[in-house]
Ligand binder design. Sequence first.
Ligand SMILES: Nc1ncnc2c1ncn2[C@@H]1O[C@H](COP(=O)(O)OP(=O)(O)OP(=O)(O)O)[C@@H](O)[C@H]1O
Ligand SMILES: [Mg+2]
Length: 350
Amino acid sequence: MSDKQSQVMAALSTVIEPELHRDIVSLDMVRNLSIEGDVAKFTIVLTTPACPLKNVFEDRCNAAVIGQISGINRLNISWDSQVPTDRKIHGRLDVPMRSLIAVSSGKGGVGKSTVSTNLAAALANAGAKVGLIDGDILNPNLPTMTGLGVGRPKVVDGKMIPMEAYGFKVMSTGFLTNPDKPMILRGPMLHSAIRQLFMDVNWGKLDYMIVDLPPGTGDAPLSLAQSFPLTGAVIVTQPQDVAVSDALRSIAMFETLNVPILGVVENMAGDFFGTGGGEKLSTERGVPFLGRIPLDAEVRKGGDYGRPIVVTQPENPAAVALQHMAETIAARVSVVMLQSSDVIPLNVIG
Ligand SMILES: Nc1ncnc2c1ncn2[C@@H]1O[C@H](COP(=O)(O)OP(=O)(O)OP(=O)(O)O)[C@@H](O)[C@H]1O
Ligand SMILES: [Mg+2]
């Protein structure tokens, strides 16, 4: 490394990652530094392609280098990303996924499947490799919400090939069963059905696996949370008091199981259900607030027609809120993984 390169590297090592509170050089986020004339050129490897903080990094790097090191007048930053790998998952499950996110709620109908589908679409659109599992084995909604209908997954070499929509992969018992005949499964069978959606599917490599859970804290969400190493849980709630008290139970379940709470999403905010319940809950429980999504008929239509609103109407305020929520969740996943001793550090993963 030339003198100038070392000086720039030293200056960059004063730039602190705003959420991990460590400098970007020791986090191994600065790569391929070269000096061309008065320009320092390098790549910043973010911990998620859906990073909400690019501008913050750019400003901080400029402040650290420009005017501080003689002869360097401009930065040329390229962006790359590498989602860390949760060690809890690595080697334990035969599915090459870097992180596993559960979307949960205490009460039914609050918008878990809507949040899961839009989260998957937003992360895929940012360039991440995303899988989505319909954890609602008995009442699967994702075939409708993804617009895939009753498609039948192909089987190759004994494993199912997941269906694909909007750049992400998805599996649901709704693809495997007759929509007119309800599935009647209990305890162990239910558990093995969820397991099959993970293990009997050729997912390929995934940055984020999202599981859309059935509502409540009953058998199915509990057994899923117990048998799979969850990186964290997103709790969806409506703003009104009854929903919030149910959400509280959901948070308590994950805390009992030692699953980190990524945060609370307040969905369907507005005149009808009110506003603020989700945020109040997260303040009271000391968990992050991940965003507020307004009640908007366009969101519902997006679900009914299998056209996630973040894809079809990105300018709609509900879509903007969902997009922002997805970025916040991705950033939180990185924080949870990099703060935990269970994570495989960024600089040792491929
Ligand atoms: N922000 C919103 N504005 C308007 N409608 C919404 C919004 N969020 C979700 N919906 C609609 O509300 C209904 C319930 O949402 P969804 O199916 O996502 O909830 P869920 O929590 O997954 O339900 P279940 O507990 O039955 O699995 C759906 O028709 C969906 O389109
Ligand atoms: Mg649902």
